[in-house]
Write a protein that binds this ligand. Structure first.
Ligand code: IMJ
Length: 263
């Protein structure tokens, strides 16, 4: 029997088979969870439906996380299928075009800053707020961060601020929901080639840098992030809340690149 047997999990942020959310869905299904998904819009609906079918799920709910009424609708809809929800996965980030490049101060502006923080951080709290009455003792919430939250990563710019906010959000949510025995954590994966990495200049160089300099001398996969997510959202992690867990082949522990002669 899997260690998520019978748990009901809502996964927000599935776009395609490369998505981190897909690695999470597969690991969760393998461990016995029942799954529901959101789709960002009508256009993405058929694709999410096909992926959901592969993990035996027929619950796909439209939700643009920047709209309060759509976040409310998710749980009204979910309530028709489930009497509670054990797990909510947040795997969503967005900064407007032009933000993830160049000089931070040249490019940052108020509207883009607000959108990045709204979609990438506020929406996690909004989901918890709207879903709170369906959560129960033992439930777990999980978000995806990135090292750019705590260190300066090239081009990451305003997304770094948004992820810093997301990580603080995890701590404040963990404190607010802890008395209800609901846990809140984040995973901070190393770079992975997903749709969110598409079009980002030099992404292959970033992956290469990680693979050369991480203690494990490689990048991580969505399967590895999925397995860690399964653990963190399971009762195996019952003593862990408010934590940011790195799944990055050890990259973040290093103060300096590995010397050329050691490669
Ligand atoms: C994204 C930009 C710059 C550097 C980056 C990334 N590094 C990594 C990413 C080093 C690993 C991917 N990442 C962790 C993200 O959080 C990406 C978020 C993102 C991506 C886009 C691309 C398309 C767009 N807006 C986006 N908003 C957020 O228009």
């Amino acid at each position: 029997m899997g260690f998520l047997q019978g748990k009901k999990a809502l996964i927000v942020g599935l776009a395609n088979h490369r998505s981190i959310a897909w690695g999470v869905a597969r690991a969760f299904r393998r461990e016995g969870a029942e799954l529901a998904f959101t789709a960002q819009n009508e256009k993405l609906m058929p694709r999410v439906e096909d992926l959901a079918a592969e993990v035996d799920s027929e619950i796909i709910i439209p939700c643009d996380v920047s709209r309060d009424e759509e976040i409310e609708t998710v749980f009204e809809h979910l309530d028709n299928f489930w009497d509670h929800v054990d797990i909510i996965i947040h795997s969503v980030a967005f900064a407007p075009h032009g933000q993830l490049d160049g000089d931070f101060l040249d490019n940052v502006e108020r509207d883009a800053f607000n959108i990045a923080h709204d979609v990438s951080s506020y929406s996690f709290a909004a989901l918890a707020k709207a879903g709170r009455s369906m959560l129960k003792p033992g439930s777990a919430l999980l978000a995806m961060s990135y090292l750019g939250a705590v260190r300066v990563a090239p081009h990451y710019n305003v997304m770094g601020l948004a992820k810093a906010s997301l990580e603080a959000n995890v701590r404040y949510m963990a404190a607010a929901l802890g008395p209800e025995q609901i846990r809140v954590n984040a995973i901070s994966p190393g770079p992975i080639k997903t749709l969110s990495a598409k079009g980002i200049g030099d992404f292959h160089r970033l992956l290469d840098h990680g693979a050369r300099n991480a203690p494990l001398r490689r990048n991580v996969t969505i399967e590895e992030v999925g397995n860690t997510a399964a653990f963190l959202c399971s009762d195996l992690a019952s003593g862990i809340t408010g934590e940011v867990l790195y799944v990055d082949a050890g990259y973040h522990i290093q103060a300096m690149p590995v010397p050329e002669e050691e490669l």
